[in-house]
Design a protein around this ligand. Structure first.
Ligand SMILES: NC(=O)c1ccc[n+]([C@@H]2O[C@H](COP(=O)([O-])OP(=O)(O)OC[C@H]3O[C@@H](n4cnc5c(N)ncnc54)[C@H](OP(=O)(O)O)[C@@H]3O)[C@@H](O)[C@H]2O)c1
Length: 227
């Protein structure tokens, strides 16, 4: 399947790499291909984008608009504060009618302190849906670190949960299939309409604190209910 992945950061490369290895035709969308290829690996990255491309020879790189036009299914893996700008550059027409899996978190760190740039009665996913009403926005995977997104079985044999939500029931079902069949998730909770993204995004301050005290991003939550 043709898939467009917006953002060449850790998450974009991890999701695109998994899809590439599964045999999908992946195009990474970036603001500037040449700049992305020249960028050195970040302090928490094991490799640069150029090194990643060398390991994934069938993956293409193009503008945000080219990746959006290429993809039948799209993944938003851009920094949350920049997602609306990135998707605007991708182009309303290129996004229309397609599923957009929104993995981004609306975080900023003014003075080094984590802050949500949208919360309570709104979310980044809802902002994206309002800006692109013809696109089927599904929030998912934002509550785990990149590696766990595509290799959940590496944690506790996969006995932990991922969430999704979105206004289009058919798109939610399709993304649940993708999570299970492509990425190997065994426990998926469908939170219903896109207002569910508020809680998914507001979980991040707790996630960051858990990462800090456990000294690893490789963890997840498990929902246990009676009966
Ligand atoms: N890291 C994780 O494990 C993790 C886990 C869950 C969710 N998330 C979320 O997933 C998203 C991606 O995270 P990340 O760690 O891969 O990297 P990131 O540093 O948060 O985002 C980097 C990407 O955002 C794009 N970007 C940055 N500023 C931009 C701007 N002004 N206009 C357009 N695009 C811009 C860049 O695209 P270019 O290719 O053009 O440079 C880059 O690829 C974030 O929203 C993050 O909160 C991350």
């Amino acid at each position: 399947m043709n898939i467009g992945v917006f953002g060449t950061g850790t998450v974009g490369r991890t999701i695109a790499g998994k899809l590439h290895d599964l045999g999908h035709a992946v195009m990474m969308g970036t603001r500037d291909v040449a700049v992305a290829r020249e960028r050195a690996a970040g302090p928490r990255d094991s490799e640069s984008f150029a090194e990643w491309e060398a390991r994934h020879p069938k993956a293409e790189a193009g503008s945000l608009a080219e990746a959006a036009a290429h993809g039948e299914i799209l993944f938003n893996c851009t920094a949350g504060h920049a997602s609306l700008d990135a998707l605007t550059a991708a182009g309303t027409d290129n996004l229309a009618g397609k599923i957009l899996v929104d993995v981004a978190n609306p975080l900023e760190f003014p003075g080094g302190v984590l802050s949500l740039i949208v919360c309570n009665t709104d979310s980044l996913a809802e902002q994206i849906q309002r800006a692109f009403p013809e696109t089927k926005v599904i929030k998912s995977l934002n509550t785990v670190t990149a590696r766990v997104m595509v290799e959940p079985g590496e944690l506790g044999q996969g006995d932990h949960h991922v969430f999704l939500c979105g206004d289009d029931a058919g798109a939610r079902q399709r993304v649940e299939e993708i999570l299970r069949e492509w990425f190997g998730w065994r426990q998926v909770i469908d939170l219903g309409d896109l207002t569910g993204a508020r809680g998914m995004e507001m979980y991040l301050p707790l996630w960051v604190r858990l990462m800090s005290v456990q000294e690893t991003p490789a963890f997840n939550v498990k929902v246990v209910r009676q009966g």
